[in-house]
Design a protein around this ligand. Structure first.
Ligand code: CMP
Length: 135
């Protein structure tokens, strides 16, 4: 049974700054995801705090919000068969040190903070995150 999904992807400031946007998009495209919508923006720390609200009790929350708002990012709606899980596989583990070979975070990530990309982790969050950037 086909299950076409949409998920939100963010190319984070460390990757945009190092001009990795096209290389990262290529990873999605070669894995049969399509980019339905995209924009390059810079958000405020308050907007980042709203976006990452699920992490508000975590010790790294403040650092995370400062970082996401520190420079331009590229936000995209990715679409494809089981797009949410597939995107997470293409990204690799949150910590680049633990990510599998061939994944975006293994190839391009610098650290757990500067891990180059974000991707929605569930159907509910994908919907919320897409609405956050594209409503
Ligand atoms: P992301 O998928 O964007 O979701 C939250 C981010 O918090 C995560 O990627 C990491 O970049 C960052 N982060 C920093 N420290 C941690 C940690 N200890 N565990 C999980 N995420 C962390």
């Amino acid at each position: 049974m086909s299950s076409i999904e949409q998920t939100l992807s963010i190319i984070k400031p460390d990757a945009v700054e190092r001009k990795l946007t096209e290389k990262i998009k290529e990873k999605f495209l070669e894995n049969k995801l399509t980019i339905k919508n995209q924009k390059k923006i810079q958000i405020s720390k308050e907007e980042a705090a709203e976006f990452y609200k699920v992490h508000q009790t975590k010790p790294f929350y403040d650092r995370l919000c400062s970082y996401l708002s520190s420079g331009p990012i590229v936000v995209m709606i990715l679409e494809g068969e089981k797009a949410i899980t597939l995107n997470r596989k293409i990204m690799g583990a949150t910590d680049p040190k633990k990510a599998d070979d061939g994944t975006i975070r293994k190839e391009f990530g610098i650290s757990i903070d500067k891990n180059s990309v974000h991707g929605s982790d569930s159907t509910g969050n994908a919907k919320k995150e897409i609405e956050f950037f594209f409503k």
